[in-house]
Ligand binder design. Structure first.
Ligand code: C5P
Length: 232
C-alpha cells in the first residue's frame, strides 16, 4: 500500500436513515474526515445523489452495496458505480462476482473490496447453508481467490486482519469495521478492537460509525480516532 495520511485511513459510516441527516453529519464533521461509507439503507433512501455530491465536494466514498449476481449484471452495475466517483465498492467474494466487478470498473479509479464471509455467520451457519468449510478456512480460501481475481482489497473483522495480512502480503487493501476507541460503548459489536491495534495488525482503513456519529461532538470524536491512527 502507498503511504496513507492518517486522516484518509478513517472511513466514517453514515448509517443514518435520511440523506438530510447524513448531509448534516458530514457538515458537522467538516474537514476532520475525508472518507465516508454509504451503505444499503442510505442508498435505498436516496443516497446515490449524496454519493455524487460528496465526491464532487472532494470527499471519498465507500459504497457498501455487497453486490452478488450473474457476471453480466455485476459488471454493468459496477460500471455504473464507477461513474459516481466512488473510491470503494463491496462485492461478495464469489469468484465469478469478483472477476465481473474487476472487469466492470475498467480503467476507472474505483477499487473493488471483497467481503469474504459475513461476520454474522459462524461455522454452524455455514454448514446449514451447505458449505463444507469452517469460517476460518473459507475466509482464507476466498481471500486467495480475491487476490487471484485482482480485487483491490478485503473487508475483514479486526481479528482476521493480522492473519490475512500475513497470507496476502502488503498489496491488498484491508478494511476493517468493529472499531471502538478506548472507552467507547460497544453497541451491538461483540468483537471489537481499538484504532491503534487495528492499524498495528495491518489494517489500511478503519470503518467507524456510532462512536463518531452518535458522539456529542462528532468532529472531536473523528479527530480523536485520527490521532490514535497516527500514533500507531
Ligand atoms: O457503528 P459501527 O462503528 O459499529 O459501524 C460499523 C459499520 O461497519 C456499519 O456500517 C456496519 O454495517 C459495518 N460492518 C460491520 N461489521 C461487519 C461488516 C460491516 O460492523 N462485519
Amino acid at each position: 500500500m502507498p503511504h496513507l495520511d492518517p486522516r484518509d485511513r478513517l472511513i466514517v459510516a453514515l448509517d443514518l436513515p435520511t440523506v438530510a441527516e447524513a448531509e448534516a453529519m458530514v457538515e458537522r464533521i467538516g474537514d476532520a474526515a475525508t472518507f465516508y461509507k454509504v451503505g444499503m439503507e442510505l442508498t435505498y433512501g436516496g443516497g446515490l445523489d449524496l454519493v455524487r455530491r460528496l465526491t464532487a465536494a472532494g470527499k471519498k466514498v465507500f459504497l457498501d452495496l455487497k453486490l452478488h449476481d450473474i457476471p453480466t449484471t455485476v459488471e454493468k452495475a459496477t460500471a455504473q458505480v464507477a461513474g459516481l466517483g466512488a473510491t470503494f465498492l463491496t462485492v461478495h467474494a464469489f469468484p465469478q462476482t469478483m472477476k465481473a466487478a474487476v472487469k466492470g470498473k475498467g480503467t476507472s479509479d474505483l477499487r473493488i473490496l471483497a467481503v469474504t464471509v459475513m461476520t454474522s455467520y459462524d461455522d454452524a451457519d455455514l454448514a446449514e447453508a451447505g458449505y463444507a468449510f469452517n469460517v476460518r478456512d473459507l475466509v482464507a480460501r476466498r481471500a486467495l481467490q480475491a487476490r487471484d481475481a485482482r480485487v483491490d482489497g478485503l473487508v475483514l473483522s479486526p481479528e482476521e486482519v493480522g492473519e490475512m495480512r500475513r497470507l496476502l502480503g502488503p498489496d491488498m487493501a484491508l478494511v476493517t469495521p468493529g472499531i471502538r476507541p478506548a472507552g467507547a460503548g460497544h453497541g451491538d459489536q461483540k468483537r471489537v478492537t481499538t484504532p491503534a491495534d487495528a492499524v498495528r495488525a495491518g489494517a489500511d482503513h478503519l470503518v467507524v460509525g456510532r462512536p463518531i456519529t452518535q458522539a456529542a461532538d462528532p468532529r472531536a470524536a473523528a479527530e480523536a480516532v485520527v490521532r490514535e491512527i497516527a500514533s500507531a
